[in-house]
Design a protein around this ligand. Sequence first.
Ligand code: PA5
Length: 426
Amino acid sequence: MDVDIGNALGTTPGLTEETLERLDDRVASAHERIARGMDADEFGYASLTLPETTDPEAIREATDAFETPSAVLTVGIGGSALGAGTLSDALPSDVDAYVLDNVDPDDVKRLLGSLPLDDVVINVVSRSGTTAETLANFLVVRDAMDRAGVDWTERTLVTTGEEGNLRRLADRHDLPALDVPEGVPGRFSMLSTVGLAVAALQGYDVEAVLAGGRDGMDALSGSLFESPAYAYGATTYALAERGALTNAVMPYAESLETFAEWFAQLWAESLGKDGLGQTPARALGATDQHSQLQLYRAGPRDKLVTVIRPTERAEVPIPETDLEGLSYLGGSSLGDLLDAEFDATEASLAEAGVPNVRIEVDRVDERALGELCYGMEAACVLYGELANVPTFTQPAVEWGKRAARGLLGGGEFPEADAVAEKRELR
Ligand code: PA5
């Protein structure tokens, strides 16, 4: 993974080389803190050791219990779904992958109506084992399988923590179960059982994903000028300090669209604390060059744009034509055109003085995705250290989870009382 921060310098809000040189002492101290946390397996920091601690054999053993299905359905939400979704949507497979995260009844009904329930593996994932959306969706899926005459216990894989309702359910029905590793918050769990069980079911090279993560791990060092992940974390932090409060993440690859969604969760849930943070915006090149780019270039000077691309793409030549005005396209390829759009976006932002950062991977494959996601996690942890926020907690998210459970009668929670009071005032 290469990170080029050149277009973040001398912009508005902007940075200079000297600013970053001064910041590098703090990066060194933050790196020491991170390394200590990794060595001691501290909560959150343990996520950055996953490329070495995840056991691909244990994952394969659990998934080998199923014959290759035609589809796998992940039932989970947030960090329990987005890591797997990032890989599934980026890489081709003969096994279709679906995610049931939201509890939109119309969508759930449509999806269940379209799936071959006798040939699907249900992958239920919840670290806490108590998330209402996940458990409700699983009960609905289980019921649909029952009604279709399919033995759901034969087709369900559970990934969860040591305790919680989902663990009890797995024990009661003797379901194959994988453990969510200790010390790993949901949004940092892609390189664990949470993100990789689906990858194994889809036939991806799990070892290569982890090897990519190790590439990212090996590239961490005490200087932002030597570590691409820290270059990204330090630059985005310093830009946010100067007013770039939105980070528009714009991959130039359809296959990375879910990656942008995964990134948005990582950035928002980890760094949005104490009145600080940087709002992630999701964009897609070249499509959003025809919409959002107008705002990024000419709107309020409170943004940075992160453009991402693979340097190798499929070769799709554009056929020659002698039609006047179109002949310039013939002889080049769709990849050439997409790269021209990418360069145009960078140049257009740079010309207007809007900070932008370029991230490149060689190609979209297992290893590159492992390295890219690991790099973004390390960048996020570094940003959190520099901003002095508790990166690994999510009190606002937990507030909503407790309120929803309480409102449906799942326990006594003051958050539910607060919502009930508001409802009465309506
Ligand atoms: O990152 C997080 O902690 C959250 O997004 C969780 O992953 C999400 O709320 C789902 O939680 P759980 O895995 O406990 O069901």
